[in-house]
Design a protein around this ligand. Sequence first.
Ligand SMILES: [Zn+2]
Length: 369
Amino acid sequence: MSTSPTPKATAPVGNGANVLAMSSIVRRTTTLALFALIVVACTQCGGPSGPVDGGKAMAHVKAQVAFGSRPFGSEALGKTTDYLEGELKKLGLAPQRHEVMHEKEKKLIRNLYVQIDGDDPKAGPVLVIGAHYDTKVYAGCVEWKHSGPFLGAIDGGGGPAVLLELARVLKERTPKPKCNVWLYFIDAEESITWEWNDEKALLGSQAFCQMLSDTKQLSRLKAFVLLDLIGSKNYKIDKDGNSDSRLQALFATAAKEMGESSRVYEFPTPQELDYYTSQGIKWGTKDDHNMFTRFGVPSVLLIDFARRVPPHLQNLKPGQAAQIDPRFQQWWHTDEDDLSAMDSDALAFAGNLVMQAFPALEIHVLGKK
Ligand SMILES: [Zn+2]
């Protein structure tokens, strides 16, 4: 995924607000012990409050990471497809493969999807929840400046792990979903070139949407929810400028109901948005939801991207300050994107946020002609 454009570097913001909130809490409390409790409560993620199990999701991340780096077309990614398919079958589901050779790249696209039946499994409306499971290619990249292998625990591992948990939860759920739900494991999201290239990224979702269009299924799809960069410590979700605002609002409401509003839509900051507006720039993140939008499906991206990009990948202009916020580890596309950067509660929170929003998503999907 890529932001367009490169965000203007700004001094860390948000910390000030946190410090202010914290000091007002302190004023209202009298003991240090209570303060310590509050600090712990504020730094943990409200993950466990729902049916999605962070421990189970983390086990799925570990299983994927054990295959090593998993770029598009690799043997390791093929093993990952088999793993995901096997886990879905264990749940009693019937996953389907959409595999197609990408002629230019001479690599096999392996999309995988599974339906959780609604009231009308054959012709009824569909809610798609997706996540890419390929990892950034690094071998042969002259720009690659890191010593260790790129595992992509968060970027490529966390999203599909949460989808597997959503499969389990939705299969067991009472009442069963009224609309059909497709859980879609997306191949070839990452740009094959190190720098983002529109012609060499989002190849999996492009082929998938084209197939759905060719087979006249596309009109059944009423909403697409994309999870990307899932599972980081101090997990948050940014407000993407390329997402459907009605769908975006559903997740703000769900987060509020969970008491987790502070994790949602802090970035981009009002100052950043002002800057983009002043430059005539439309803020947004390029990711698989753009493809669904292009094919006419209202889409929303839930991503934890802002402040995760290390300074050497920020494309800074001379004199421009790097965006660094000590609250957020900057692991994106580096060898720091490994299991040690993850938090199982973050995986649970992402999944439980989707489940919290699910009744509203259902209404949205069923109401759309
Ligand atoms: Zn990536």
